[in-house]
Design a protein around this ligand. Sequence first.
Ligand code: ARG
Length: 476
Amino acid sequence: MNVNSSDNNEIFWSGRFEKPPHELFQQLNASITYDWRLAPYDIQASIAHARMLAEIGVLSTAEFSEIELGLGQIMAEMAQGDFAFELADEDIHTAIEKRLIEKIGDTGKKLHTARSRNDQVATDLAMFIRDQCRRHLSDLIGLMEAVHIQAAAAKGAILPGYTHLQRAQPVLLSHHLLAYFEMFARDFARLQRALEATQSMPLGAGALAGTNYPVNRDQVAHELGFRHSGANSLDDVSNRDFALDYLAAASNLCIHLSRLAAELILWSSQEFEFVEISDEFTSGSSIMPQKKNPDACELIRARAARVAANYQGLAVLLGGLPLAYNKDMQEDKMYVFDTVDILLLALPLTAEMVSTLKFNAGRMRAAAEESFALATDVADYLTGKGVPFRDAHRIVGRLVRKCIDEKKNLSGLTLEELRVESPQFDDSFYSVIDLEVSLERKVSQGGTAPVQVAAELESAADRLEEMRQAADSLRQ
Ligand code: ARG
């Protein structure tokens, strides 16, 4: 966005000043270099405000029509890139109002009756965040769909599940992937709640105290898609909870994107070779010809840090402020815009990357087989024969120790060797020491048994459909 630095235009509030703003202060004070993104919302809100002013008799119908027409033309100028942004205009609200006066003359000067930039900017930002939440919700559906398709396709593939990054117990790859589905489903609900937090309209609060006009705030609220107008004018102009709620929901979502990215970085390494990330999301090294680096994942991980920092930034900014509006709040938008841009890129990118992943089921299975991932099942086998679990744990621990020393697997132990540790072992041990058998026994609700995972896949598909419908209805 090009912002001119000529200062040939008079400032609206110049009346009580003898000197114009210092050039350096002008730079510090201006938000137009970034808040131009609020323009469509500002214009829409101005039209609704003017319509209401006409209905309560503050403007004539003819004046309203002039204003509406002028604002519509300004919207078109912006869409065509014909709008001249001036640093001296400070912010997008002033720039639009000035342009309106330029276009329609004195009638334009009446638009700012019964409002302030303080209630104006809070309204614009709430509308902006509401729209972004809707976009993120449908992008998130796309990502959950990609995860679900991969989970359904991975049926039967087994890998060692990890704790402390040590091979722990075998799990189905579908089950592992569906864990991300659950995280994203919670993010979906969080974004819905963030959207809900934008439902109260600040416009009509004036600078902070309300206005001297019998404004019909609820009419404006409904025209602009808010559920109601705010209950307290001081709170209306200083409330940015909805921006914090948005950033908190975005931070949580990005933490999940980051964990998925981190796992893909690990799994695509030569040490793991569990997955291949498509060439489209990786890059090479300028010196090492063999390299295929998971840069997309690394950058998603890095941007998650930025989103978390954006939440922190706004939280600290707001925490120190007395009521009501303070200019510090002008900078709320930087945190929000940066986060929006990150999510608008990260969500569709991750969806696309997930749907092009190629899993290496052979490597995963081998890793599960080479490990002592069935040790817990052996302990449970003894428990089934009446050995208390704590004793069983110790017996199997000793057998694992022996296997490590002798470089063999638990299945390589003879019955005699097993019986040295516990007379409860018999031939049935060898049918327990099997990946498929181990999985089939994880029948507890939410466990990794194939029957449980099939049900999980089915219920995830149903929930996805419900979420899709919710996202669609919010877009209308
Ligand atoms: N540009 C400001 C913001 O984004 C709104 C203007 C409030 N200015 C004022 N002098 N009260 O927060």
